[in-house]
Design a protein around this ligand. Structure first.
Ligand code: PLP
Length: 399
């Protein structure tokens, strides 16, 4: 018999299933709000002008395709560090940050998880309730036990900060805490700056290991404003991890461009940590691909392209915000009594709308509008052509 005879079918990815159902839907008015990518006002994934220019220049020079350093090129890693920690960061000057290019934010999380498992195999990992659906699977596949910490409060549609804080205070030293640095996926509910200060303090008091996941830098308030959590941890004297991604901020999803940064206690410690990260990378995929990282590094290091990118990023941020306020206003205008103003206060691409699984099902069946059964919608999938129809449909479903 086949060596695969006993292989069971893995559970289907719920969001991929949603995409398949959407693609098979023949209604012209259908809208897919279940996605996790930014679409422009024409409903297309943008190719940023800054990226296009950098790619053109790069391809004109026809560079050779040798192997990259295991941790990626210094130009890329340093550009990432400046974005996350700030160009004038004392940590960077002191050599206390090591960065390795990674296969998107996902790859960065996995390198960090594998390294942490070697460092402290008995530690548990804590993720927000709810969290990005891959967090749990990813840390479990690195061998960790994963539990939730309280996060979302369905009543206030914000963060249950008191619950979160007291839970963190009860954890044993060495516990690994995965924190969404900004634009929480899936809820859109972020901590305030003052709450971040408190989280940093709890991590210090209790000896917790913070792992910041920064997949949406620039999507809420701006590049530096969105890095507030990273900056606060930076001045705390603690050691911590940051996974970051250019999938959204450069619209480079399929190029798989991200990075893992680890803040250590000293330059000497950095050298040892980097040597271990390189071991993890070497035994997984040896070294990262060239193109996406080279394009990002080129844009970030060229003042004109950098300005162009910042403008384009601001354009994406502003468009999402306009869709948030537009949806709130249109629901109101269509006579919906329920207060949806929280949608405008949430940040990033996603919103937990509070729509029930049954309402989401009705939206799909009766209106061809696809959302995640938890009520999560992607605001970046709204545009001037479909927002009226979506608001009208939601209005009918909630009335
Ligand atoms: N972390 C969070 C919170 C995310 O939402 C995502 C993507 O949706 C990622 C990480 C992974 O990003 P990437 O596509 O760069 O692997």
């Amino acid at each position: 018999s086949s060596i695969f005879a006993a292989v069971e079918m893995a559970p289907r990815d719920p969001i991929l299933g949603l995409n398949e159902a959407y693609n098979a839907d023949t209604r012209a008015t259908k809208v897919n709000l279940g996605v996790g990518v930014y679409y422009d006002d024409n409903g297309k994934i943008p190719l940023l002008a800054a990226v296009k220019t950098a790619e053109r220049t790069r391809l004109e020079t026809m560079p050779p395709r040798g192997y990259q350093p295991i941790e990626g090129p210094a130009a890329y890693d340093q550009a990432v560090q400046k974005l996350l920690f700030g160009a004038d960061s004392e940590l960077l000057a002191a050599g206390r940050v090591v960065t390795a290019q990674a296969l998107g934010g996902t790859g960065a999380l996995k390198i960090g998880a594998d390294f942490l498992k070697r460092l402290n195999p008995a530690a548990k990992v804590y993720i927000s309730d709810p969290s990005w659906e891959n967090h749990r699977a990813l840390f479990e596949s690195a061998g960790f036990e994963v539990e939730n910490y309280p996060y979302y409060d369905a009543e206030t549609r914000g963060v249950n900060f008191a619950g979160m804080k007291s839970f963190l205070q009860g954890l044993p030293a060495g516990s690994i805490i995965v924190l969404h640095a900004c634009c929480h996926n899936p809820t859109g509910a972020d901590l305030s700056d003052a709450q971040w200060v408190e989280v940093v303090e709890v991590c210090r008091e209790k000896g917790l290991v913070p792992f910041l996941d920064m997949a949406y830098q620039g999507f809420a308030d701006g590049i530096d404003a969105d890095a507030v959590a990273v900056r606060l941890f930076s001045t705390s004297g603690l050691q911590f991890f940051v996974s970051s991604s250019f999938s959204k901020s450069f619209s480079l999803y399929g190029e798989r461009v991200g990075a893992l940064s680890v803040v250590t206690a000293s330059k000497e410690e950095s050298a040892r940590v980097l040597s271990q990260l390189k071991r993890v990378i070497r035994t997984n995929y040896s070294n990262p691909p060239i193109h996406g990282g080279a394009v990002v590094a080129a844009v970030l290091s060229n003042p004109e392209l950098r300005q162009l990118w910042e403008d384009e990023l601001a354009g994406m941020r502003d468009r999402i915000r306009a869709m948030r306020t537009g949806l709130v206003e249109q629901l109101k205008a269509k006579g919906v009594a329920q207060d949806f103003s929280f949608v405008a206060a949430q940040r990033g691409m996603f919103s937990y709308t509070g729509l029930s699984a049954a309402q989401v099902e009705t939206l799909k069946n009766d209106f061809g509008i696809y959302a995640v059964s938890t009520g999560r919608i992607c605001l970046a999938a709204l545009n001037s052509g479909n927002i009226g129809y979506v608001a009208e449909s939601i209005a009918q479903v909630v009335k």
